[in-house]
Design a protein around this ligand. Structure first.
Ligand code: GAL
Length: 656
């Protein structure tokens, strides 16, 4: 397994490059990523290119047998470009151009930006695509579905809508524009959702703008990728991503790319409250699920974070190494740390890398070196992947739509996904997080939380899965909206009513208020946020409400449908409910459970079809004891044992 670092040759004197490369080799670093912000060094003036320094940097690393991930620098256009073409800058919701002098403020659709972006990408690809040391490409940096409202984006948005709806009449009808006299009589009246407050704007328009902005980001990534591939069809190309406010549709963004690359900054301080759902593995599993394939970490936590927020505490002993191995346990094949050296200049000087300002490698660096040595021992898992019996469905449409209309106080789309994920994680199983339209046939249980916006393919997929014998768990806020983000005029959960064998006769959006439910075995759990009040048709109650005027009516149901089973969770419960419920689902569907795992211990398995490798990660601040059912061989230290102790954030990997 490979460990790498993010490196910025343009920020350091040349004499340091050689010394850094020497130390990297000694430490066991296999890859460096570079170039994503270096446009002003690569093209100091319009059309004047300077690749000499990059040639030199690449050849230094090549001589050290360190592979280079070369990034296209389009995240940071040089200031001469902004000066000559001010309209390449994004326009914010207030109608004003955002300020230059930072980064990522270019509009991905601005024609002059695109002209220059294609040209610099072309130049880089022409020069380096066949360079052996360049083992991969990163397009831009952390591209988002930017909600730009410049004239060009407005025009493209109008074209995009007309492409989809043919004419204004169809748009008016789909958006319900008769409400508040919002009917378009001329295409020029279509504007991105910029009015304030946002919540007062048309939800159909808002959802379409998110889809449009995502499409534009995807198009940009694909156009740049094509340029690189034209020069070298075998080039491995990706772009790095994170969970930003303007998330693109990850499934589409990575469709044509070779692998997913995620920027992974797990929390340094764990929640004090035991009840808080916490599992950073959720994000790792979601990233693996995007292409249903192993992924890379392009940026990994290396020190105290800071700069645009107050500095965080420094990573606790064990976290530098442990969090990198945790990513591998969830499908990362390569982990690249952000960054080799902490910047001593510029806006990011307090977002710490592995080597501090002191320039003296210290505790975190020593731990990183230990990680590099450990990673080298993990060759056996290089050809392995995670195989899961359980899938949770994540949908960008639902994510955007809940962002546009949060349902009740404290209600967040991710909360229920995370609650289910954390519950299954407690039993030491692999969990996939995948698209609602992905193939579900291989799963023993599928969790489909909050299937809010109608997607015919997803609905058919879920029905087909249950008809053929699958077990699905659906939840509140399903079947609510049509594909245009309008409420469907039928009893909820509309299209899923037949599947779950129940009908919602009323709902109670209780927000932060708390109530109680009792399951069939007499266990009580707290619930909040939302209560669906249901009447059963063919379903049976699994749990009932204990409070309010609907006390005694079903809160959670179970329905046999064709050869399968459909559960429905009508409310949002406390963590304990999901643990007990997940345990029952696993029992029903024959998914093996590891019981009595110490709190915080995460267990996942990677397999090559012949051998299984079990990862035990202590995601807690306490030392834990693990007892295995039989003696197993540790591929980390080569010992055979049937029990072991893990220090905080420590990992062991055993062959089954
Ligand atoms: C990422 C970004 C990096 C760096 C890092 C730490 O979002 O891609 O360039 O800024 O965060 O702040």
């Amino acid at each position: 397994m490979r460990i790498g670092v993010d490196y910025y040759p343009e920020q350091w004197d040349k004499e340091m490059w050689q010394k850094d490369a020497d130390l990297m080799v000694k430490t066991g670093v296999k890859l460096v990523r570079m170039g994503e912000f270096a446009w002003s060094r690569l093209e100091p003036r319009d059309g004047q290119f300077d690749f000499a320094w990059l040639d030199e940097a690449i050849s230094i690393f090549a001589r050290h047998s360190i592979g280079v991930i070369l990034c296209t620098p389009t995240s940071c256009p040089p200031l001469w470009m902004y000066e000559t073409y001010p309209d390449i800058t994004q326009v914010g919701p207030d109608g004003k151009r955002i300020q230059t002098g930072i980064r990522a403020h270019r509009c991905l659709n601005a024609p002059m930006f695109l002209y220059y972006a294609k040209r610099i990408t072309e130049q880089l690809a022409h020069r380096y695509a066949r360079t052996t040391a360049v083992v991969g490409w990163q397009i831009d940096n952390e591209i988002e579905a930017y909600p730009c409202t410049c004239e060009v984006c407005r025009g493209l948005f109008r074209d995009w809508l007309i492409d989809k709806y043919d004419n204004l009449e169809n748009i008016n009808s789909a958006f319900g524009n008769s409400v508040w006299s919002g009917e378009y009589s001329d295409i020029s009246q279509i504007q991105p959702p910029t009015a304030y407050p946002k919540a007062w704007q048309n939800p159909s328009l808002c959802l379409e703008y998110s889809r449009f902005a995502s499409d534009m980001a995807v198009k940009f990534v694909n156009d740049m990728t094509m340029i690189v591939r034209r020069h070298y069809p075998k080039a491995k190309v990706t772009t790095n991503t994170y969970f930003s406010e303007n998330k693109p549709d990850y499934y589409r963004m990575y469709e044509l790319l070779d692998f997913v690359a995620y920027d992974n900054y797990p929390p340094i301080m764990l929640p004090e409250d035991d009840d808080e759902i916490y599992s950073h593995a959720f994000y790792l599993d979601l990233m693996r699920g995007v292409k249903q394939k192993n992924f890379w970490v392009m940026e990994q936590l290396s020190g105290p974070t800071g700069c645009w927020m107050p500095m965080s505490p420094t990573p606790r002993p064990g976290q530098i190494k442990g969090y990198a191995l945790q990513a591998m346990a969830h499908g990362a094949d390569t982990v690249i740390h952000f960054r080799w050296r902490t910047a001593n200049k510029g806006a990011e000087m307090y977002w710490h890398g592995l080597i501090d300002h002191s320039n003296v490698p210290s505790r975190r660096f020593i731990e990183f070196a230990d990680l590099c040595r450990t990673a080298m021992k993990l060759t056996a898992i290089e050809t392995t992947e995670l195989v899961s019996d359980i899938a949770i469905l994540y949908s960008p449409d639902n994510d955007w739509a809940f962002g546009i209309q949060p349902q009740t106080s404290g209600f967040e789309y991710f909360e229920q996904l995370k609650l289910f994920h954390a519950a299954f994680t407690r039993y030491g199983v692999n969990v996939d997080i995948i698209s609602p339209t992905a193939d579900l046939t291989k799963y023993k249980a599928v969790i489909a939380p909050e299937m809010y916006v109608y997607d015919q393919n997803a609905a058919e997929n879920i029905y087909r899965y249950v008809i053929k014998g699958g077990t699905v768990v659906m939840t509140n806020r399903s079947g609510v909206k049509d594909a245009f983000n309008n409420c469907i005029m039928e009893p909820l959960p509309t299209v899923y009513r037949e599947l779950i064998g129940a009908e919602i006769v009323e709902y109670d959006p209780i927000g932060d208020m708390e109530q109680t439910i009792k399951d069939f075995a007499g266990n009580e759990f707290r619930c909040s946020k939302w209560c669906d009040i249901m009447e059963l048709t063919t379903a049976r109650a699994y749990a009932e409400y204990e409070d309010c005027f609907y006390s005694g009516s079903p809160a959670v149901t179970m329905n046999r449908y064709c050869s399968g089973v459909a559960y429905y969770v009508g409310t949002v419960c406390s963590r304990e409910f999901y643990e007990s419920f997940a345990g029952n689902i696993m029992k029903q569907t024959g998914i093996p459970r590891l019981k009595d795992l110490p709190k915080g211990v995460e267990v996942t398995t990677r397999t090559n079809g012949l051998d299984d490798y079990i990862f035990f990660f202590n995601n807690s601040e306490q030392e834990v004891e693990i007892t295995l059912p039989k003696a197993m061989f540790s591929i980390i230290d080569g010992g055979e044992r049937d029990n072991f102790t893990l220090k905080p954030f420590d990992m062991d990997v055993v062959r089954k």
